[in-house]
Design a protein around this ligand. Structure first.
Ligand code: IYR
Length: 217
């Protein structure tokens, strides 16, 4: 078998000092990222959001299948339909479906079944994961691949000055129906995007200490 075609890698070594500075800046910037549940209705530069989506779509994926679709929703009627359906799901979650231990874990976040941000946020990005290709051909490591792309997307949006929430109403099947996506696409994550509301507050929660997340061998 002949070797597959290759192209030169586009990579530029940076001086260690520049790397350290950049890493420190990134750490500080990403430390400021918080999930936001109160959005301003102000419009946002959608071309910047599109760029962030295309940046996320550069993520690595199993066998380079790129098993994702990003639906950018700004139409108010569609946002309203999504809010209605999500709140109906969340109602059943908060009033019975969720075990008490789960509700206890959510208490510090102060969440409930009301999701006004699904209408207030100027944009919603609905990420779909492709279980298979359209013709049923196999995909690989779909959860890992789409998870990586979503992480890159959240990071990109944050770095260009936009607030986000990772929202996972469950079950999310209604998103495929409202957005008319094909059956092989499974709703994965709903990401409201916008500016935080004036005076926005977030839960007083903390991240693990550095020593708790990193082991060096
Ligand atoms: N989907 C519900 C509940 C919820 C679940 C988890 I795990 C969270 O980190 C936050 C919320 C909701 O969005 O309210």
């Amino acid at each position: 078998m002949s070797d597959p075609p290759t192209v030169p890698l586009d990579f530029h070594r940076q001086p260690p000092e520049a790397m350290r500075r950049r890493a420190g800046e990134l750490r500080a910037t990403l430390t400021r990222r918080r999930s936001v549940r109160h959005f301003a209705p102000d419009p946002i530069p959608l071309d910047a959001v599109r760029d962030c989506i295309h940046a996320a779509a550069q993520a690595p994926s199993g066998a380079n299948k790129q098993p994702w679709t990003f639906a950018l929703v700004t139409d108010p009627e569609t946002k309203r339909a999504i809010r209605r359906a999500a709140e109906a799901e969340e109602q059943t979650f908060y009033s019975g479906r969720a075990p008490q231990s789960w509700l206890d874990d959510l208490a510090p976040l102060g969440t409930d079944a009301h999701k006004p941000f699904l209408e207030t946020a100027p944009a919603l990005i609905v990420v779909f994961a492709h279980r298979t290709a359209e013709d049923g051909a196999r995909h690989y490591y779909v959860a890992e691949s789409v998870g990586i792309a979503c992480g890159m997307l959240l990071s990109a949006l944050h770095q260009c000055g936009l607030a986000t929430l990772t929202h996972t109403p469950s079950p999310m099947k209604f998103l495929g129906e409202i957005l008319d996506r094909p059956a092989h696409e499974r709703p994965w994550l709903l990401i409201p995007v916008g500016y935080p509301a004036e005076g926005c507050r977030v839960p007083a929660i903390t991240r693990k200490a550095p020593g708790e997340v990193l082991v060096e061998i």
